[in-house]
Design a protein around this ligand. Structure first.
Ligand SMILES: Cc1cc2nc3c(=O)[nH]c(=O)nc-3n(C[C@H](O)[C@H](O)[C@H](O)COP(=O)(O)OP(=O)(O)OC[C@H]3O[C@@H](n4cnc5c(N)ncnc54)[C@H](O)[C@@H]3O)c2cc1C
Length: 467
């Protein structure tokens, strides 16, 4: 971490919004009017357009402590941001201080213990690239620009989920700055209650400054897409077949209208297909068998299948922001009702790019008890993530309503329940109860009362303190 003195946050200056904000006018504090402000307030979802009072570009843990104390003492809203990829836009709020930790991105690999310490500002792609030369990986998601902080605190489901479990199943320790401005370590040995809470409870309990992960041996993987026609039979078999595959195979099926790809027969174009995007990190000797399994689901075409280094699973950053609406629930299969709803909704989507994305679970994910961490959906066989990308951010309400109605219809028909906090497209008490079963939520509320009684950390799926 950078060894520089923290900003003098006692010395208030008034910014153009009239709010007291961090006073040291050095390059760590970006105020409205600063040439950097318009860029610094942006988050990944282009539908989010908010104007914070100030953005603190923290360079050290001391900067974080000072900012937390400053916001806490004055009752100013605080939004903590790492990779900025929250779909709801938790990393920025109107009139708040945004505490941006993305510069705390040091990575320290300890090959002897097979572990890595990483600053909370690193991205999943950067850490994946850094540990790969040693033959290692940490299981994150499918997107390199996502911050390790947000994905880990929410749980983390990605290409290695069936082989090594969720991101939190490789988490050994996390250092936090609490609402009181104190630094403490949470692990199985230190503050184990807090360690339970941060594995799924999000940013409710403090600002994470660094994480320690167990490294997993992963070198090359077989990956690509098998595309099958989305007939009712294929959809009905999808979850059951893939959840029973060898643990080394993780598949992320996306149900969507077939684009006019040369690999696909012309009469498939525009009709519903399933992209079976997969990653096989198991033995090379099983490669052929897993592709055969995917092809057995229905009439299929293959695209770009081959062995590649694991970091190639993360697309290169495009440099562009995209607006998207999002919805989430868990299912154990796609039953007849779900198939009918998906077929009807996808026949007239609010955006031609809409997709029903699934994460088929099982394997190592399922070998952890529901109450072992604050993420309590280990017994579910698949996650559904409704993703509706759209071009014009001004159209957000229409796409958000379409996506929310789609999700609500699936829930009302009994097709699924629950929610993965990291895939939520909106929040409130209903979403909170979907993300956390009653016993989990009760325990989280008690821990919130202990570690953040004043609810300073509330720009997240907010857990209220329950003394
Ligand atoms: C394109 C895309 C692909 C994705 N793919 C996956 C995937 O494959 N698997 C998966 O599990 N998820 C995935 N996600 C969801 C992603 O994990 C969550 O949105 C996650 O919260 C993003 O983390 P972030 O640090 O980038 O976001 P941010 O918006 O910076 O933060 C998200 C939340 O974490 C809190 N937070 C951030 N940093 C800290 C910190 N240092 N201390 C305390 N709290 C903090 C924030 O306050 C906020 O509440 C994806 C999201 C997108 C947009």
């Amino acid at each position: 971490m950078a060894d520089v003195p923290p900003p003098d946050l006692r010395n208030d200056h008034r910014n153009p919004t009239g709010l007291h904000v961090p006073g040291l006018l050095d390059d760590r504090v970006v105020l409205p009017g600063d040439a950097r402000y318009e860029g610094a307030r942006l988050v990944a979802n282009a539908a989010i357009d908010r104007r914070p009072a100030a953005i603190v570009l923290a360079r050290s843990v001391e900067d974080i402590v000072a900012t937390v104390r400053f916001a806490g003492d004055r009752g100013i809203r605080l939004a903590v941001r790492a990779g900025g990829h929250s779909a709801v836009g938790y990393g920025v709020a109107d009139d708040a201080i945004v505490l941006d930790v993305s510069r705390l991105d040091d990575i320290g690999i300890d090959a002897a213990s097979g572990t890595v310490w990483v600053g909370a500002g690193a991205t999943a792609g950067a850490l994946t690239a850094a540990v790969h030369p040693g033959g290692y990986a940490v299981p994150f998601g499918d997107w390199g620009e996502v911050g390790i902080a947000g994905i880990t605190l929410g749980g983390g489901v990605g290409w290695l989920v069936r082989r090594f479990g969720m991101t939190i199943d490789s988490l050994l320790a996390v250092e936090l700055v609490t609402a009181a401005g104190e630094r403490l370590m949470a692990s199985a040995a230190e503050h184990p209650d807090l360690f339970w809470a941060v594995r799924g409870g999000g940013g409710n309990f403090g600002v994470a400054t660094r994480f320690r992960f167990q490294l997993r041996a992963v070198d090359t993987v077989l990956a690509g897409d098998v595309i099958v026609r989305a007939t009712p039979e294929v959809l009905a078999n999808l979850v059951g077949v893939l959840a029973g595959a060898p643990d080394g195979l993780t598949v992320m099926p996306s149900i969507m209208a077939a684009p006019p790809m040369p690999e696909l027969p012309e009469d498939w174009h525009g009709r519903l297909v399933v992209f079976l995007s997969f990653c096989h990190s198991g033995p090379i000797g099983d490669d052929e068998r897993v592709v055969d399994l995917l092809r057995s689901l229905g009439e299929s075409r293959q695209v770009a299948i081959g062995r590649k280094p694991y970091p190639a699973m993360f697309p290169e950053p495009s440099g562009t922001r995209e607006a998207f609406a999002s919805g989430t629930l868990f299912v154990d299969e796609l039953d007849d009702a779900a198939i009918r709803i998906i077929e009807r909704r996808m026949a007239s989507p609010s955006s031609p790019e809409a997709l029903v994305h699934l994460r088929v679970l099982g394997g190592a994910y399922a070998r952890v008890a529901n109450d072992a961490t604050a993420f309590a959906h280990r017994d579910r066989r698949a996650m559904v993530w409704l993703i509706t990308p759209f071009a014009d951010a001004a159209d957000a309400p229409r796409h958000e309503a379409w996506t929310a109605d789609f999700e609500a219809e699936l829930r009302a028909a009994g097709c699924g329940s629950g929610a993965y906090s990291n895939f939520l497209g909106r929040d409130g008490p209903t979403e909170l109860r979907a993300a956390y079963p009653p016993a989990t939520l009760a325990r989280l509320g008690e821990l919130k009362a202990r570690y953040d009684p004043g609810n300073l950390f509330r720009s997240n799926l907010n857990i209220l303190p329950t003394p």
